[in-house]
Ligand binder design. Structure first.
Ligand SMILES: O=c1ccn([C@@H]2O[C@H](COP(=O)(O)O)[C@@H](O)[C@H]2O)c(=O)[nH]1
Length: 273
């Protein structure tokens, strides 16, 4: 999917909501555990109930890998269902990959060619040659971890490198010089709202994937204050806050209500900007 198509979808739906599909079998309704593939059954019900309110879905691969082969099959079925049924939706494999070049190429093939995700999250720690194999897929998007939402982000990411800029700023600046960098997006945590002004000064036009609203305490309005750009430029993710709104048989209906709440706040923000 092109960035223009993503922006068109955001404008049409008046939403920049991304719903995280982080399925934990201990948290889904017990009735679903009788299904052949409970993870897929859960995802399908959530997707069918919320697809008109969001523009992206983000399965975190850890929640599938934890269940071995069956979990990976559930991930395959989920992305295939999304691509077949709702091809307008932007898909993000939250896998946080990145390795030496030939290994990164294999990761890129796994998520872009085999699973056919639109994008994948990548850790920048191993540098340019670990990210470029993802960027070589020109019809896909690589979402670089810039400033993450967790407390540990302060251990390294906000530290200055040899008296220069903080590490996350160096990641942003340096990545802009890489070939095909127009296909880069960045992860910035909603819990780091006070950093958005500085981040937008470095990457004014890039899309930012923003996790941390809801369960982690990030605030939508605070993020939007400096995070929005002329193309909206934000994908706000909520996983637990939407998909576990209820653990009863009404889970999909309740997830829809939560997604609608967020979508309406986003529509209001877009109308006022
Ligand atoms: O900085 C980051 C990067 C990724 N994540 C992921 O996003 C979701 C957040 O889930 P919630 O339930 O809405 O808190 C999850 O998959 C994280 O691994 C992040 O939170 N922060």
């Amino acid at each position: 999917m092109t960035t223009q198509e993503l922006v068109a979808q955001i404008k049409a739906k008046q939403s920049f909501l991304c719903i995280g599909l982080d399925v934990d079998l201990d948290k889904i309704p017990v009735s679903l555990l009788l299904e052949d593939d409970p993870i897929f059954a859960f995802n399908k019900a959530i997707i069918d109930a919320t697809h008109h309110l969001c523009v992206a879905y983000k399965p975190n691969t850890a929640f599938y890998e934890a269940y071995g082969l069956k979990g990976w099959q559930s991930l395959q079925r989920t992305i295939a269902y999304l691509n077949e049924t709702y091809p307008e939706i932007f898909t993000i494999a939250d896998a946080k990959r990145g390795d030496i070049g030939n290994t990164s190429t294999m990761y890129a093939k796994a998520f872009f060619e085999d699973l056919e995700f639109d994008s994948v999250t990548v850790a920048p720690y191993m540098g340019k040659d670990s990210v470029e194999p993802f960027l070589a897929f020109k019809d896909k998007h690589t979402i670089l971890l810039a400033l993450t939402s967790n407390q540990g982000a302060f251990d390294f990411q906000t530290q200055a490198l040899q008296q220069k800029a903080e590490l996350y700023k160096t990641v942003l600046e340096t990545s802009k010089t890489w070939e095909n960098s127009e296909h880069l997006m960045y992860v910035v945590g909603a819990t780091k709202a006070e950093f958005f002004k500085d981040i937008r000064a470095i990457v004014p036009d890039s899309f930012l994937l923003v996790p941390g609203v809801g369960a982690q305490g990030g605030n939508l309005q605070d993020v939007c204050k400096y995070g929005l750009n002329s193309q909206v430029g934000l994908l706000i993710n909520s996983s637990r806050g939407v998909i576990y709104a209820s653990n009863e048989d009404d889970f999909a209906e309740k997830a829809k209500d939560k997604a609608e709440e967020l979508q309406q706040q986003m529509a209001e923000i877009l109308q006022n900007n």
